[in-house]
Design a protein around this ligand. Structure first.
Ligand code: F6P
Length: 554
């Protein structure tokens, strides 16, 4: 295995300089005018791939912008980085390992070497193991302690062992197999356990303890709570194996917890948590939609992998999205990116992309430890349309911040109700249109005059009605949310995030920042239980500890 190293400070490249100059020249660029003067803008700035259509014409760009951004990607050695990712080089330099989620969706017969060993036979062996397990549950052959078939599967996991599986299984609810309901238990908050357990019967419930490390506090605490609940409901230690399985790369810890070896599905350290839904961490997805749909999901992601690896950057969807993000973050000072799915089934995609993007690219040093010379990952936020229109879209339209938005919308609804889908689609398009067009002062004044207002009123009200417009967005359209297209959609964003990390020269695959809170949490916990104050305690934390202790005293 060779080691991947970003070779340079991206801001020192001539292409970066050229983009800065170009940005200055675009200060008065108007999207409205660009559309008026170029009837081919939409055709030139849109593309289709893997069942997804991307319209990126509503951006603050010209053809020259795209060319300069593509030049930046080339000069950074992005193609070299993409090859390194797929070939299993140690793109995760701080942990000295590859990030091979793409291997999980490759077909039988492909070879991917990690430390000289081809991992593909093991990947397909585990897919086979999943197929058998899911088949047993779906066919009613997997029985609980009272010999009844399983009706409910509870995934106990957090972060990547929760968000991806939850997104996909809920997005693909129209593909759910009858007979098995899937639930997710992530937070350590006892209320989430309490509310869920109240709806379940232990004799027909199967728990999947899903943790790559098998060392995550929230997951272990919830797994212990589930076990106590199962025993209190009438289950026995001897029958535990009928109700608890695990997905982990730490088999020893899972066995120590009490899970039978044959009920443990492996994970590998070369798959990052937030990229793991394609592995056995996706078992709850397969429990919900069945293995053949799960394999369709993998094929969709695989088609996006091939597109990412092979398409020229000018027509490469993940690369274009990455470059647009860099354009706004580094050259227009945008600090956030909104993700706005106009589809009930995709309502959790924002949360998944939040972890994917922010845990990956929330980094302040380059692969070699030098400080990053420019802004890196943005804040990802948003939520399902139309709900957001009646809440935070006001700030998108008239606030002082520039917030690029990705709209995601299917053309066909699984549940047509009267003309609801036509209205949903219309709302999505009209939002991006309003962001782009805005309303000028003249238009606002004309509108007010048409309402019969006198000139003083017109002058007083018009500034409030002006909408600056020129606010950028992408629109991703898919026919409908199918396993294959969803696979492509999630892989699209995985590759976008990677392409950005490669251009900035940061490591998208570690997450050291979350560790400090975990360490300090242990100390605070022992103080809540009565341990003596440590000299390191600050006044604020100390005060808040005292508040808790006063309430729980005696
Ligand atoms: O604390 C962050 C994190 O490590 C994520 O990266 C990961 O997805 C999550 O915790 C869960 O980790 P595990 O699967 O090891 O329980």
């Amino acid at each position: 295995m060779t080691y991947y190293q970003h070779p340079l400070d991206v801001t020192a490249l001539p292409a970066w300089q050229a983009l800065q100059d170009h940005r200055a020249r675009l200060q008065n660029f108007s999207m409205r005018e660009a559309f008026n003067s170029d009837p081919e803008r939409f055709d030139r700035l849109s593309l289709s791939s893997c069942g997804l259509f991307l319209d990126y014409s509503k951006n603050l760009i010209t053809g020259e912008t795209r060319d300069l951004l593509v030049r930046l990607a080339r000069d950074c050695g992005l193609q070299r980085a993409i090859d390194a990712l797929f070939d299993g080089e140690a793109v995760n330099a701080s942990e000295n390992r590859p990030a091979l989620h793409t291997a999980l969706r490759r077909p039988i017969g492909d070879r991917v070497l990690v430390d000289g060993v081809d991992v593909m036979p093991e990947v397909h062996r585990v897919l086979h193991q999943m197929t058998e397990l899911v088949g047993k549950v779906h066919d009613g052959l997997w029985r609980g302690y009272s010999e009844k078939p399983i009706t409910d599967v509870v995934n106990i996991g957090i972060g990547g062992s929760f968000l991806g599986p939850q997104l996909v299984s809920e997005a693909l609810l129209p593909f759910a197999q009858r007979g098995v309901r899937c639930h997710y238990l992530a937070n350590i908050d006892g209320s989430s356990f309490h509310e869920l357990a109240a709806r379940l019967r232990a004799e027909t419930t199967l728990f999947i303890v899903s943790s790559k490390s098998f060392g995550t506090l929230e997951t272990l605490k919830n797994a212990q709570a589930a076990r106590r609940w199962y025993l209190a409901q009438g289950g026995s230690e001897a029958e535990l194996y009928r109700h608890f399985i695990a997905v982990t790369s730490n088999q020893e810890a899972a066995v120590a917890f009490g899970i039978h070896e044959e009920n443990i599905l492996p994970m590998w350290d070369w798959v990052g948590g937030r990229y793991s839904l394609w592995s056995a961490i996706g078992l709850p997805i397969a429990m919900s939609i069945g293995m053949s749909n799960f394999k369709e999901l993998l094929s969709g992601a695989y088609s996006m992998d091939q597109h990412f690896r092979e398409a020229p950057f000018e027509q490469n969807m993940p690369v274009l999205l990455a470059l647009l993000g860099i354009w706004y973050g580094n050259f227009w000072s945008a600090q956030t990116q909104a993700i706005l799915p106009y589809d009930h089934y995709l309502r959790n995609i924002t949360k998944h992309l939040q972890q994917l993007d922010m845990e990956s690219n929330g980094k302040r040093v380059l692969q070699d430890g030098a400080p990053a010379p420019c802004a890196t990952g943005p804040v990802i936020w948003g939520g399902v349309g139309c709900n957001g229109q009646h809440a935070y879209h006001q700030l998108l339209h008239q606030g002082t911040l520039l917030i690029p938005a990705d709209f995601i919308v299917p053309v066909v609804s699984y549940n047509p109700v009267a003309d609801h889908h036509q209205w949903l689609y219309a709302n999505c398009l009209s939002q991006s249109q309003a962001l782009m067009r805005g309303k000028t002062l003249e238009e606002a004044e004309a509108e007010l005059r048409a309402q019969g207002l006198d000139e003083d009123e017109v002058r007083r009200l018009a500034p409030h009605k002006v909408i600056p417009g020129n606010r950028p967005s992408n629109t991703l359209v898919l026919e409908r949310v199918s396993p294959r297209r969803l696979g492509a959609l999630v892989a699209l964003y995985e590759h976008k995030v990677f392409a950005q990390s490669a251009i900035w020269g940061i490591n998208a695959f570690d997450q050291w920042g979350v560790e400090l809170g975990k360490e300090l949490g242990k100390n605070v916990y022992s103080r809540l239980l009565g341990a003596e104050q440590s000299t390191a305690e600050d006044q604020s934390t100390q005060g808040l500890i005292d508040f808790f202790r006063a309430r729980h005293r005696g």
